[in-house]
Design a protein around this ligand. Structure first.
Ligand code: PEP
Ligand code: MG
Length: 571
């Protein structure tokens, strides 16, 4: 058994707690003949009512912490348990055949599930999953087996899982979940990004967390170094407690900069913005001294539901963010679904290469009703603050033109019907596909701004899946190929008098920051918790010195050479 695992530090900080394994328990069901049929029915009734009580509790928690829309999923689960077509046959079989409750329940659930799964429709397959989920909960009660429920955890734990989906991550209760470690994933997978938003220390891509860590074992998650220590000795615990205190002290130092502008030693201001996923995240942006929102990932409004959000729901979310930011810029990205962010209710066929497939702007230009609803909500919200809109995954100039013309069409329609729309909205695009970086000089004539999405730009340039820890060695932010593309984009923007920002995770990376300053980046948008350390770092850098090394940086050959240069030159 390993006592030390190396992974990727996905969210800074140290967590020390007992392991809570988030995995499906094994439910072994054997057919039995039951003597006392009435007692068996009472046992089933009790398991159903325990399950309902748990689901009610989870629903309340999700409703309180994550909003009514996310709680709808649990309401749907509760409905399953009240469905007479599923439940009545189970009681009937116990009465007539004298079989055990778990066996009768499994047979009834199997019948439903195979019927729904055979429908070749993603939505129905999701319903099948709901039935499986809920009946597994009842079965676990019948068998006396524990089902893991992250929202019901009531003591401090570190979550151990093969992987966490963005919605699993959103449901983690920060009071008790002190950290997490997963087998798979990379620094820019969306669960890692969520961990940083929630300020939960995390290590992903350890390959072996689930095979090495027992339920209840004491675990240290070091999100600073990307390490997991299993069953540490008292000395090791003391050492990490000290490291934790040191990190907290460092954080308290950074906190002093919260109301300060971000200015280099030689007086050049750069904008430090934050990436958010929900209106609730604005609180952390302001607490961490964010000067603006550089990326609002709107897809979270569409996730964790079983239907599209309405125009009104979207309007309220966008208006809330704009009002809370009180006139500071808010860059909202239109729907970027696809890759590791799925929407089961759209019933899209499974693809071989989801990161290269029918996603983001490609989907929005095809499914225009979805796109237009979002644009109307955004345009209506625009009069409540300083809104900028950008389109994700633009690959060609025609795509940008088409998206922009649909936006302008919706704007004209709203104005014609007397709705107030700001006339100051900047319209920009993400640069995350190499073709757009290469063509940045042409795009710069048509956009108001660029936001470089390095999370994807790196994976597409080096052809290395951002989610796959086995090719993580190729996922190289400091590869000169990436630096050259970034430089081309910034120069192209400046030549046309436009601004260039970056909202990929690279913008908050301490090694990248001096490089980006040297390339002339205007806006750095990052996880809110990275803002203060970035501000502290930038205050110690000279812009003039950084710019003077641009030529040297762009003529390097390898990522290692770049890293070594940064360490030597900027420390
Ligand atoms: C990016 O690709 O860099 C980006 C910010 O978008 P996302 O991480 O949501 O794909
Ligand atoms: Mg992206």
């Amino acid at each position: 058994m390993r006592s030390h695992l190396k992974g990727i530090g996905a969210s800074a900080g140290i967590a020390i707690a007992k392991a809570y394994r988030l995995e499906e328990p094994e439910l072994k069901i054997v057919k039995k003949n039951i003597g006392d049929r009435d007692a068996e029915k009472r046992r089933l009734e009790q398991a159903i009512s325990q399950s309902k009580a748990e689901l009610e509790k989870i629903k309340e928690y999700v409703n309180r912490e994550l909003g009514a829309d996310k709680a709808e999923i649990l309401a749907a689960h509760l409905l399953v348990l009240n469905d007479p077509e599923l439940i009545n046959p189970v009681f009937d079989r116990i009465s007539t055949e004298g079989v055990n409750a778990e066996f009768a329940l499994k047979e009834s659930a199997d019948r439903f599930v195979s019927m729904l799964e055979s429908m070749d429709n993603e939505y129905m397959r999701e319903r099948a999953k709901d039935i499986r989920d809920v009946t597994n909960r009842v079965t676990a009660h019948l068998l006396g087996v524990q089902i893991p429920d992250p929202s019901l955890i009531s003591e401090e734990v570190v979550i151990i899982a093969e992987d966490l989906t963005p919605s699993d991550t959103a449901q983690l209760n920060r009071r008790y979940v002190k950290g997490f470690a997963t087998d798979i994933g990379g620094r820019t997978s969306h669960s890692a990004i969520m961990a940083r938003t929630l300020e939960i220390p995390a290590v992903v891509g350890t390959k072996q967390a689930t095979s090495s860590i027992e339920y209840g074992a004491v675990v240290i998650v070091d999100g600073l170094e990307g390490e997991v220590i299993i069953d540490p000795s008292p000395e090791t615990i003391a050492q990490y407690e000290a490291k934790k205190v040191q990190y907290e002290t460092q954080k308290a130092e950074w906190a002093k900069l919260v109301h300060e502008p971000t200015v280099t030693k030689d007086g050049v201001h750069v904008e430090l913005a934050a990436n958010i996923g929900t209106p609730a995240d604005v609180k952390s942006v302001l607490e961490n001294g964010g000067e603006s929102v550089g990326l609002y990932r709107t897809e979270f409004l569409y996730m964790g539901k079983d239907r599209l959000p309405t125009e009104e729901e979207q309007f309220t979310a966008y208006k809330t963010v704009l009002e809370k930011m009180n006139g500071k810029p808010v860059v909202v990205r239109t729907l970027d679904i696809g890759g590791d962010k799925e929407l089961p209710y759209l019933n899209l066929p499974k693809e071989m290469n989801p990161f290269l497939g029918f996603r983001a702007i490609r989907l929005c230009l095809e499914e225009q009703a979805i796109f237009r609803t979002q644009l109307r909500a955004l345009l209506r919200a625009s009069s409540y603050g300083n809104l900028k809109i950008m389109f994700p995954m633009i690959a060609t100039v025609s795509e940008f033109r088409e998206a922009k013309s649909i936006l302008l069409e919706e704007k004209e329609k709203l104005l014609a019907s007397g709705v107030r729309v700001s006339d100051q909205i900047e319209i920009g695009m993400m640069v995350e596909i190499p073709s757009t970086a290469v063509m940045a000089d042409q795009f710069a004539k048509e956009v108001d701004f660029f936001s470089i999405g390095t999370n994807d730009l790196i994976q597409y340039t080096l052809a290395a899946d951002r989610m796959n820890e086995r090719v993580a060695y190729l996922y190289q932010p400091y590869n000169p190929a990436i630096l050259r593309l970034i430089s081309m984009v910034i120069d192209a923007a400046h030549k046309e008098g436009k601004w260039a920002g970056m909202c990929g995770e690279m913008a908050g990376d301490p090694i990248a920051i001096p490089l980006l300053l040297s390339l002339g980046l205007d806006e750095f948008s990052m996880s809110a918790t990275s803002i203060l350390p970035a501000r502290a770092q930038i205050k110690e850098l000279s812009s003039e010195h950084a710019i003077s090394v641009k030529g040297a940086v762009l003529s390097m050959k390898t990522s290692e050479e770049v890293i070594e240069f940064v360490k030597r030159t900027f420390n």
